[in-house]
Ligand binder design. Structure first.
Ligand SMILES: O=C1O[C@H](COP(=O)(O)O)[C@@H](O)[C@H](O)[C@H]1O
Length: 232
């Protein structure tokens, strides 16, 4: 399915425009059913967007925020996506939002995935907004090339929920929402920055196996066209 590309002259413009668009979506959901949901990515890219979104006018008490993926590390670990979201998004007006973490203190990542999956049922589906990132290797969420659970994660028949992933490029074991949980979001965004990511995107949009660049699963099989936000 053809994606829609929004390109910007700089990252600050992108952050503001994307924050406006997300605010619009969440507001519409709140108006329609008195609740809204958003799943966001970690990594280095979304910081400015999170900060811009955190000051937007919205009934944040009706918004549930979660992560598309997480490292199996506690929230005080500097590599935790939860920590990034806590410090940059769940601030200012957005402090009133409810945050559901993927990480749980448990014996294994598998146990944490089960606990998080059970809790996420309370959000309802599909998500109103999903913001994905992408690594230079073509991973998105924690759908890593060579990942231990990659086939299951990308299989549309795998139920909604969170599964584990281990991969050479991933560092710690990961927790990730499955493809089936993310692909039908009301607004599905791929947020990438830099020339290297644009090149990786062009490669992902070419021919080749999904397993080689798992972001292809989203670009090719999402329920609606992916909105790509890019800045240099
Ligand atoms: O591992 C991860 O990386 C990707 C991309 O991160 P970035 O630092 O290149 O922006 C991110 O989308 C994902 O959520 C994160 O866990």
């Amino acid at each position: 399915m053809a994606a829609i590309l929004h390109d910007f002259t700089n990252a600050a413009e992108l952050a503001n425009d994307l924050a406006d668009k997300v605010t619009e979506r969440l507001s519409a959901a709140i108006k329609a059913r008195a609740a809204a949901s958003i799943a966001v990515s970690g990594g280095s890219t979304p910081k400015a967007f999170f900060q811009a979104l955190s000051v937007r006018d919205l009934d944040w008490s009706k918004v549930t925020v979660t992560l598309v993926d997480e490292r199996f590390v506690p929230a005080d670990n500097e590599r935790s996506n939860h920590l990034l979201v806590a410090n940059n998004l769940l601030q200012n007006k957005a402090k009133a939002a409810r945050f559901l973490p993927l990480y749980r203190k448990s014996a294994s990542a598998e146990d944490a995935a089960k606990l998080a999956t059970a809790e996420m049922k309370a959000i309802g589906n599909p998500f109103d907004v999903v913001i994905l990132g992408m690594g230079g290797d073509g991973h998105t969420a924690s759908f890593f090339p060579g990942g231990s659970n990659l086939a299951a994660a990308l299989d549309p028949a795998t139920p909604r929920g969170i599964i584990t992933m281990e991969a050479e490029g991933a560092g710690e074991p990961r927790l990730t929402f499955t493809f089936s949980s993310l692909h039908d979001a009301g607004l599905l965004v791929l947020h990438i920055e830099g020339a290297g990511k644009k090149d990786a995107l062009a490669k992902a949009q070419g021919t080749g196996e999904e397993a080689e660049m798992p972001v292809r699963a989203v670009l090719r099989r999402a329920a609606s066209p992916v909105e790509i936000y890019w800045a240099p």
